[in-house]
Design a protein. Structure first.
Length: 269
């Protein structure tokens, strides 16, 4: 399916986005034009090179207080997953405007200062892509394939090859970002029709999106969808895998949904 560029007649703050839309995408989801990228950035297509990937992991390992490349790869993947899926899926589901998240259009920032990620999501072309009448499902599938199969799957593969980190961890890092986006970060959407559309997109991603769109033998968004557990600290959807964040902290800190914290028979939290 061919994607259509948004009409230039709607130019406001950025081509194709009104000022309010751009404020959300650039603020909440850190989207930016590539001319404004941080000096600590690399083209996604260049990060697919094993030597480049290895050098970046070795550069970030002491910055993140990480003990090894595998832990660094997991934490970097969490940040990349947040930046890529957040802007792309929110724009798709809420604004009906597609972002081209291909390896040659995307930059990976890796700024991390004073213990926090400061990285954003630069795109070379930020002009949104729209669909012809009656073609939204095909348009959605094309956007999802570009995001997951063309961009994230190759990145996760090279991170796995260079560091030894489990692909299951990297894909669950991705899945939990998508869950959080649709379950928490769309609370500000008040239009009923838009809410229904976003829910329909989420349902499709979870239950109907083909594994081929992720170049995997399974749909990772479906595979890692765990039931909610009631704990003394509230409702939690625990992960299946651990992202290894705790290995960068002293004393040890764990993500609230860490698989290592999941209550087990006979275990007292």
């Amino acid at each position: 399916m061919s994607l259509l560029p948004y009409s230039r007649e709607s130019v406001s703050h950025q081509p194709g986005f009104c000022e309010q839309e751009w404020a959300v995408l650039s603020g909440n989801f850190r989207l930016k034009v590539f001319e404004d990228r941080d000096r600590r950035a690399i083209r996604a297509v260049d990060l697919l090179d094993e030597n480049n990937c290895r050098q970046l992991l070795d550069q970030l390992t002491p910055v993140l207080c990480s003990p090894n490349r595998a832990v660094t790869a997991s934490l970097l993947a969490k940040r990349i997953a947040f930046l890529t899926t957040g802007a792309c899926l929110y724009s798709m589901s809420v604004y009906n405007k597609g972002l081209l998240m291909s390896p040659d259009n995307s930059w990976i920032e890796y700024g991390h200062d004073d213990g926090l990620w400061t990285s954003c999501m630069p795109l070379r072309s930020i002009e949104p892509l729209i669909y012809a009448p009656g073609q939204r499902n095909d348009w959605r599938e094309t956007l999802i394939k570009t995001l997951f199969a063309d961009l994230l799957a190759p990145l996760w593969t090279v991170l796995h090859q260079v560091s030894g980190i489990s692909l299951r961890i990297l894909w669950e890092n991705t899945a939990v970002r998508v869950y959080s986006l649709y379950e928490r970060k769309m609370d500000n959407v008040t239009d009923e029709e838009t809410c229904q559309q976003a829910q329909a997109d989420f349902d499709w991603l979870l239950n109907k999106a083909s594994p081929e769109l992720f170049t995997a033998s399974y749909n990772p968004l479906q595979r890692f969808r765990q039931p909610i557990c009631q704990t003394d600290k509230g409702a939690v959807r625990f992960r299946r895998t651990c992202c290894l964040y705790y290995k960068t902290t002293e004393p040890k800190e764990y993500c609230s949904a860490c698989s290592l914290l999941k209550p087990r028979p006979g275990k007292i939290l």
